[in-house]
Design a protein around this ligand. Structure first.
Ligand SMILES: Nc1nc2c(c(=O)[nH]1)N[C@H]1C(S)=C(S)[C@@H](COP(=O)(O)OP(=O)(O)OC[C@H]3O[C@@H](n4cnc5c(=O)[nH]c(N)nc54)[C@H](O)[C@@H]3O)O[C@H]1N2
Ligand SMILES: Nc1nc2c(c(=O)[nH]1)N[C@H]1C(S)=C(S)[C@@H](COP(=O)(O)OP(=O)(O)OC[C@H]3O[C@@H](n4cnc5c(=O)[nH]c(N)nc54)[C@H](O)[C@@H]3O)O[C@H]1N2
Ligand SMILES: [Mo]
Length: 756
């Protein structure tokens, strides 16, 4: 029996069949493998798998059109050919009647590792060759930062993902000031796959060298115990005030790097004026906002002014109302300290939020599909999808543009789960009811599949062959199938090929290639680059036979920020001025009061009040990737006895509500309610409850989630008019002991199904 190497977003692994059981072991080269691998074996056989092509009864019997039965209807199992014929006809009807922009193909989501079968890539190519589609821009991960950073620091990946390496932190950093922490639960995950989890080792090495870690976060586990961090349990959403006060305190003491601000930055005079204008942004001012006492802030300002300081800002801080501000203020703080571009110093957005930050680029390109141009120019910022469906034709602002929402009639989704990732799920349900047709491919009956009209069962990576690779991971993986397709599942490529053929674009989509021929074709580019650089360059058959291939890495030289520091004129940043914009005349020119021309403290609209006195932090789940394999052993095993997700509650807040550890509780606000099991712990700041995302939405008739999905409670509003990013991280809620017996969780059971 041989082990096969395979890849997932949370690690490369080896798998084998043992007496009918799939055994999954981490790759032997991984120093700190992810426990999330424990979810994988359930992927093949769980009853949540979609067994056959399925269609919502109302759509099949009454035809396309707005329908609020979506989410309540039952499903018919139909033959592949019959359903693909109907779907091809519907795509043609929508395009001919309403135009190509009436098809929404944003299809946001993480899908699975594997470069060829990348679900969104396949869908985008299919929609592009068949006429075009309305697309989405930016991500739920970093929507605010992705728009802001090009204005203030330059090219996004270059100044974030590839700016400060873990090796440079291990070797050089004296103080790590981590806003939102760098939780190992998060860096366990990297899009495209990761063969070595280095974060624990790098932080441990820095600590052993004498580095000090400061954790600014409502949650203590956001830095590993090993680094023995000073924990500043901040009031959520107030980091910008703390950053401004740190700047103020440093500048008031004359500790700022005037020369760096003069030679490498623009906008400092405006920002300095703001810091000193009333209300003066000093430590006492920030103490009242952040809940961190003024003496601690002053002490911290002194400490970061000496030695090598790294300011990190987790992605979570910007997935929040006015999320642009803490990213901008963090970069400005590093500029005030004069540390930008020094080894292990300066500013890094996202370090530790994902496993592919802080790595060096591979020296050769990995196999990837090239993009097919989309004939339609229409787009929306990704997190505005419900607004688009509810308000076609309405105007909105985005990054200096006045835009109008298109009128979308058909949405096509592969590799994403909007009924996991979007905010205010009851509102999303009303939005999806407006569509004529909603098409979903997914291996499993997610809440999104249960709202779709056409549900096509796709394979998982375990049932197909592919190449696993990421631009900053040195291992190329030959992902071999571990099982034949489950039930009637087909690869997305096969489904879309069949549909493209019906629409008369079969060859344009397939180029006449089988999957294996595509893999050989994609691999050629990497093989050629290896040969050109004089590295061993096995041909495809040799690579496939070996199962994996180690790629050479590029230099760890601090990238564009180090070059810019050394020579700001010769190596300008990709910002309008070529410098760090601690104030931006471009952004000021947009005239947005929710994102002015320099980092600023802006009061949020969503905040605790008398009726909803607690902050709910809806962060990434430790036990799975988003909603994926929520039924897997590791995810399911960490839930409460009744199968509900765990909500962390501080002892003071629990006592005030008569809640004991292990009680089922009801979280609620004006948008919805969710049941979860309480874990009473002082790991969380008082006044804050933490409920991770990803427990599948399991609605009662009134929309209450039996299972603990926080997105029934989150607010569906853009971060600001600048970037319109997702602001789902923080919401105001109230908590009570569940007033009745908790209903059975049914999230992972398929909907009612019958043969046609
Ligand atoms: N409140 C709140 N909400 C959040 C966040 C938060 O912090 N707070 N975080 C946000 C962030 S950062 C993100 S990135 C999003 C994540 O949101 P998503 O990326 O949408 O979540 P996933 O669960 O990864 O969804 C992937 C889906 O693809 C399916 N899939 C996997 N492989 C394949 C395949 O090969 N083919 C097909 N057809 N389907 C496949 C899986 O079964 C799953 O249903 O959530 C966002 N939502
Ligand atoms: N295990 C696992 N890892 C993941 C993912 C997953 O689903 N599962 N998803 C991946 C994806 S797609 C992304 S984009 C990244 C996201 O990376 P992040 O957005 O950084 O991850 P989160 O866990 O949402 O948030 C990190 C921490 O920020 C803290 N926090 C929340 N609000 C505030 C605040 O206002 N101020 C401060 N100082 N801290 C705050 C919370 O305590 C939280 O634990 O994670 C990736 N990693
Ligand atoms: Mo994300």
């Amino acid at each position: 029996m041989t082990d096969l190497t395979h890849s997932s977003h949370w690690g490369v692994f080896r798998a084998r069949w043992d007496d009918g059981d799939l055994q999954v072991r981490p790759h032997p080269g991984d120093p700190d493998p992810s426990p999330v691998l424990g979810n994988i074996p359930a992927a093949l056989t769980h009853p949540a798998r979609v067994a056959a092509p399925s269609v919502r009864r109302g759509w099949w019997e009454d035809g396309p059109g707005p329908d609020d039965r979506r989410g309540h209807d039952d499903y018919l199992e139909v033959g592949w050919d019959e359903l693909l014929d109907r779907l091809a006809a519907e795509l043609t009807r929508v395009r001919e009647t309403h135009g190509d922009a009436a098809v929404y193909g944003g299809s946001y989501g993480w899908a699975s590792a594997g470069r060829f079968h990348h679900a969104q890539g396949q869908l985008h190519r299919f929609l592009a060759v068949t006429g075009g589609y309305t697309r989405s821009v930016n991500t739920y991960s970093g929507g605010a930062a992705e728009v802001l950073i090009p204005h203030v620091l330059g090219g996004f990946d270059a100044v974030t993902r590839y700016a400060v390496s873990w090796d440079s932190v291990a070797a050089h950093t004296d103080t790590v000031l981590a806003f939102g922490g760098m939780a190992l639960k998060n860096s366990t995950v990297a899009a495209g796959g990761v063969s070595r989890h280095v974060e624990r080792g790098a932080m441990g090495a820095a600590k052993a060298r004498g580095a000090r870690f400061v954790l600014v976060s409502p949650l203590r586990p956001d830095l590993p115990d090993e680094v023995d961090a000073q924990w500043l349990p901040i009031e959520p959403g107030t980091d910008t005030a703390l950053m401004l006060a740190l700047m103020h305190t440093v500048v008031a003491a004359g500790g700022h790097d005037r020369e760096f601000l003069r030679t490498h930055c623009v906008g400092w005079p405006e920002l300095e004026r703001y810091l000193f204008a009333g209300p003066v942004k000093d430590a006492d001012w920030a103490a009242g906002i952040t809940g961190i006492d003024a003496a601690t802030i002053r002490e911290l300002a002194g400490r970061i002014g000496t030695g090598r300081t790294l300011v990190t800002v987790a992605q979570s801080l910007q997935r929040s109302e006015h999320g642009e501000q803490p990213v901008w203020a963090g970069a400005a703080l590093a500029a005030v300290l004069g540390q930008v571009g020094l080894p292990g110093g300066g500013f890094c957005y996202g370090l530790g939020s994902l496993g592919h930050y802080g790595r060096v680029r591979n020296a050769v390109p990995v196999p990837t599909m090239t993009r097919t141009p989309n004939p339609v120019g229409e787009f929306i910022p990704v997190a505005r999808v419900a607004d688009m469906l509810l308000h076609p034709g309405e105007a909105y602002e985005y990054n200096g543009e006045h835009r109008v929402y298109p009128h979308v009639r058909l949405a096509y989704w592969l590799g994403g789960n909007p009924f996991h990732h979007h905010q205010d799920l009851n509102r999303l349900r009303r939005a999806v009811a407006r569509l004529d047709t909603f098409v979903v491919h997914d291996p499993v009956w997610t809440a999104t599949a249960r709202h779709a009209d056409v549900v096509l069962p796709s394979t998982t990576t375990l049932e197909r062959e592919d190449i696993g690779a990421s631009g900053s991971d040195p291992l190329l993986v030959a992902m071999k199938p571990l099982s034949p397709p489950r039930g009637q599942a087909r690869d997305d490529y096969e489904i879309l090929s069949a549909l493209a053929g019906r629409l008369g674009h079969g060859d344009a989509f397939t180029h006449g290639r089988t999957t294996r021929e595509w893999l050989e074709h994609l691999y050629l580019r990497t093989q050629k680059a290896l040969a050109d650089r004089g590295h061993p360059a096995p041909d495809f058959d040799e690579f496939w036979e070996a199962g994996e291939l180690e790629l050479p890495s590029g230099p760890d030289d601090g990238g564009v920020l180090a070059k810019f520091r050394a020579d700001p004129v010769g190596h300008p940043l990709a910002t309008p001025s070529g410098k760090v914009e601690v104030g931006s005349s471009t952004i000021a020119g947009f005239g947005y009061d929710d994102c002015p021309g320099h980092p600023a403290w802006l009061e949020p609209i969503e905040r605790p009040d008398a009726r909803h006195p607690l902050w709910m932090v809806a962060n990434q789940p430790a036990t799975r990737l988003h909603s994926q394999l929520d039924f897997g052993a590791h995810s399911a095993g960490a839930k409460g006895a009744g199968g509900q997700e765990i909500v962390r509650v501080h002892p003071v807040d629990a006592a005030a509500r008569g809640i004991a550890d292990g009680d089922v509780v009801r979280l609620h606000n004006d948008r919805g309610a969710a049941l979860a099991q309480a874990r009473v712990t002082d790991e969380v700041r008082a006044g804050v409850v933490q409920l991770p995302t990803g427990a599948w939405w399991d609605p009662e008739p009134d929309g209450t989630c039996r299972h603990g999905n926080p997105n029934v409670l989150t607010r569906d509003a853009g971060t600001s008019r600048l970037s319109q990013g997702c602001s789902g991280q923080l919401s105001a809620v109230e908590l009570e002991r569940c007033p009745h017996t908790a209903p059975t969780v049914r999230a992972h059971e398929p909907p009612p199904l019958s043969p046609v």
